[in-house]
Design a protein around this ligand. Structure first.
Ligand SMILES: Cc1ncc(COP(=O)(O)O)c(C=O)c1O
Length: 403
C-alpha cells in the first residue's frame, strides 16, 4: 500500500510511545513509577466539572460557531486583558481542540513549501513534525544548561535566511522549564521586527511559573502585538488535558483564515468542553495556585534528589512540570552509549519511566516529569540511587586486581 509522501517524514511522538509502553507494563502488573507524564496528575476542579454537567443537562450539545462560542471567546479576551495586558476582541480569537490543534492550524495557515521556522532544541516533540506537515522546514538552534536553555539573539541572527518566516517561542518550556525574561523577549522581538517575521508564542504553561513572572511577547509593543500569534489553552493550568480546549489570539484576518480552515477539518471543539473552559477562565484561581504550590514542592524535592546522584548537571526549571538534567556523565559508569539506553535502563532496571532527551532533539539529557506525587518521586530516586550504587560496586569489584 502507498501512503501519502507527506507522512513519510513524520516520526511518531516519542513521548506518547513511551507513555503507551509504560501503561502496558503497568497493566501487565509491573511496578513502574511513571515520570514520563506530560499532563497534570490532579483532577479537574469540581466547579469546572459542574459547568460541563450543567451544559449537558441544558442541552448545550449541538454544533457551535466554528471559531468557538462567542461567550468563551469573550472570556478568553477578558483573560488576555487581565493576565497579559493584551487587548484582543473575541473576533481575534479562535478556539480549537487543544493548543496542539491551534499550533497545527497556525502552521497550515502561514507556511508555504520551504518556509523556515526557527525553533530551539530541546523542543516540544510535536513542533518539528507539525512544521514539516505544513511543508515548512524547522531550523533548530541548540541550547543547553550553560545558556539556561535559552536562544541568544546572535544565534537567531545567524540562522535567518530569506526563507525564514516564523520564530517559535515556548516559555515556560517543555521539556526544560526555562522562562524568557521581558528583556530577552524584547531582544528577540526586535529581530523579528527587523526581518519582518511572525512570532508564534506558545504560552500553555503560563500559569505554572514558580520563581519568575510570565511575560507575553505580544504585550511588549504594538509592533510585536501585530506580528505575534499567542497560543494558550486550559489543559495544563486547570488540569483539563482530556477536555481538548486551546486557543489562539491574532489579527482578525488570520483568525478568519484559520476559522475557515478549521471549519473543513474539525469544525468547533466540543460544546461541553467549551462551557467547562468558560467556567475555568472565569472561576476562582485558587485551585490553580494550589496545584502550582504542589508542583513547586515536587520540583524542589526532585532537584535535591537528582543532585544526590552521580555527575548530573541541572538547570533548575522555573516553570512547567519537567526537569531536564544533562546525564552525559551517567553514560560511562552505567556502560551505556546514549540517553535512549539510559531511559531503557531506568525503565527495566529501576522501574522508572522517563523520556530520553533525543526525543526533544537533545541527546545526553533525560526528561523527568514531576506531575506525580512526592511519594512517587521519593521512591523513583531511591530506586535509581540504589541501582547506581549497586552498579558502582560491581564496577569497582571488576577493577580490583585479582593478584
Ligand atoms: C509546549 C506544549 N505546547 C502545547 C501542548 C499541547 O497542549 P494541549 O493539551 O492543549 O493540546 C503541549 C502539551 O504537552 C506542550 O507541552
Amino acid at each position: 500500500m502507498n501512503y501519502s509522501v507527506k507522512l513519510s517524514s513524520i516520526t511518531p511522538s516519542a513521548t506518547s510511545t513511551l507513555n503507551t509502553l509504560t501503561k502496558e507494563l503497568i497493566k501487565e502488573g509491573k511496578s513502574i513509577i511513571n515520570l514520563s507524564i506530560g499532563e497534570p496528575d490532579f483532577e479537574t476542579p469540581d466547579y469546572i466539572k459542574e459547568a460541563a454537567k450543567k451544559a449537558i443537562d441544558e442541552g448545550i450539545t449541538r454544533y457551535t460557531e466554528n471559531q468557538g462560542f462567542f461567550q468563551l471567546r469573550k472570556s478568553i479576551s477578558d483573560k488576555l486583558k487581565r493576565d497579559n495586558h493584551m487587548a484582543y476582541s473575541p473576533y481575534e480569537i479562535v478556539v480549537s481542540n487543544g493548543a496542539k490543534h491551534s499550533l497545527y492550524n497556525i502552521f497550515q495557515a502561514l507556511l508555504n513549501p520551504g518556509d523556515e521556522v526557527i525553533i530551539q532544541s530541546p523542543y516540544w516533540v510535536s513542533y518539528p513534525e507539525m512544521i514539516k506537515l505544513a511543508a515548512g522546514n524547522p531550523v533548530i538552534i541548540k541550547t543547553n544548561t550553560i545558556n539556561q536553555f535559552k536562544m541568544k539573539p546572535e544565534q537567531i541572527r545567524e540562522v535567518i535566511t530569506p526563507k525564514t518566516k516564523i520564530i517559535l517561542l515556548n516559555s515556560p518550556s517543555n521539556p526544560t522549564g526555562s522562562v524568557y525574561s521581558k528583556e530577552e523577549l524584547m531582544e528577540i522581538g526586535n529581530i523579528a521586527i527587523k526581518h519582518d517575521l511572525y512570532i508564534v508564542s506558545d504560552e500553555i504553561y503560563e500559569k505554572l511559573i514558580f520563581d519568575d513572572k510570565h511575560t507575553s511577547i505580544a504585550s511588549l509593543s504594538n509592533e510585536l502585538f501585530n506580528r505575534t500569534i499567542t497560543v494558550n489553552g486550559v489543559s495544563k493550568a486547570y488540569a483539563m488535558t482530556g477536555w481538548r480546549i486551546g486557543y489562539i489570539a491574532t489579527t482578525r484576518d488570520l483568525a478568519n483564515t484559520i476559522t475557515s480552515f478549521q471549519s473543513h477539518s474539525t469544525s468547533n471543539p466540543s460544546s461541553i468542553s467549551q462551557m467547562a473552559a468558560i467556567a475555568a477562565l472565569e472561576g476562582p484561581e485558587s485551585s490553580v495556585i494550589q496545584m502550582k504550590e504542589r508542583y513547586k514542592k515536587r520540583r524542589d524535592l526532585m532537584c535535591e534528589l537528582i543532585n544526590d546522584i552521580m555527575d548530573t548537571r541541572l538547570c533548575v526549571p522555573k516553570g512547567a512540570f519537567y526537569i531536564f538534567p544533562d546525564i552525559s556523565g551517567w553514560l560511562k559508569p552505567l556502560g551505556k552509549q546514549s540517553c535512549v539506553e539510559v531511559a531503557q535502563w531506568l525503565l527495566e532496571e529501576c522501574g522508572v519511566a522517563a523520556i530520553p532527551g533525543a526525543a526533544f532533539g537533545s541527546p545526553g539529557y533525560i526528561r523527568f516529569s514531576f506531575a506525580t506525587s512526592e511519594e512517587n518521586i521519593q521512591r523513583a530516586f531511591a530506586s535509581i540511587k540504589e541501582k547506581i550504587e549497586k552498579n558502582n560496586r560491581k564496577r569497582s569489584c571488576r577493577s580490583i586486581d585479582p593478584y
